[in-house]
Design a protein around this ligand. Sequence first.
Ligand code: DAH
Length: 343
Amino acid sequence: MIKETLEKIEQISERTLSAIKDSTDLDAVNDIRVKILGKKGELTAVLKTMGKLSADERPVIGAKANEVREAVEKAVSEQMVKLKALDYEQRIKKEAVDVTLPGKRFPLGKSHPMSVVLDELKEIFRSMGYTVVGGPEIEETRFVFDMLNTPAGHPARDEGDTFYVSDDVVLRTQTSSVQIRTMLENKPPIAVISPGRVYRRDEVDATHSPVFYQCEALVVDKNITFADLKGTLEAFMKRLYGDSVRLRFRPHHFPYTEPSAEVDLSCFKCGGDGCSMCKGEGWLEILGAGVVHPKVLQNCGIDPAVYSGFAFGMGLERITMMRYEIDDLRLLYENDVRFLRQF
Ligand code: DAH
């Protein structure tokens, strides 16, 4: 009886140890362990028959069974360590990256030339103490025209030039409307610029577009004069185009300023001698400006006997085109990357 039992245990041991060695995954190893050492396992079953053995036989079998159990457990844990290491190695191999492969290219965007110029312009005015403000593009006629001293019947309000949404709402034709909004909402001292889109019924060509950008400026305080306007514009233009540029003021008419001027910039390409850029003139027309009309101040509840102001407005496309010597406005809106990459 004892011999048989010992043989049986030995058989189980051999078979199990070799099965463990041959197993290729962790679950299989665990299954073997349960099948042998578990509650209903083979070795356990053999041990349950020990009751039939004599008192001197029992310790012999017990010792053998313990020896086998320890051997099986050791083999199981060793095989598990081995399989885990193997699995790890394979995963590393599979996830390996060939660092010598060429990388993917992620093309970087660039700022549009108009954005570059606008950012610079904002920075210049901010550094002079101005605030950047905005206003709606769909705007009431009283802000675009009436309160800017441009009454009904004025040619600037012509339906041939203006996109009317209704009788008293238009797509703003100028950022000057923001002057009114600013003065209605703020008390002097005021120093703002307001860049933004404006709309006019123009055909598209090299210098026109029905949608374009302007930048408005307004300063209102005590004792503001035309001299302040001149000094401000000169400082601004020199920062934008270099110290050697000069300005020329020509008398003009705008309903919302008195006196009004058109301002020319000495051609920064030829220095004023005349070239293709300035069409031989030596000067480039760059903006409209003036001293805020007393009626406009009054319309906004500002006493013209106490306060005065200046204002100017310019086309941003023109400023940008001059800056980069771009000769066709359409290039700014076609978004051709071959063009945009140059800035
Ligand atoms: N609004 C004018 C235009 O669209 C530009 C302009 C001229 C703005 C004189 C002003 C100004 O503020 O004082 O051409």
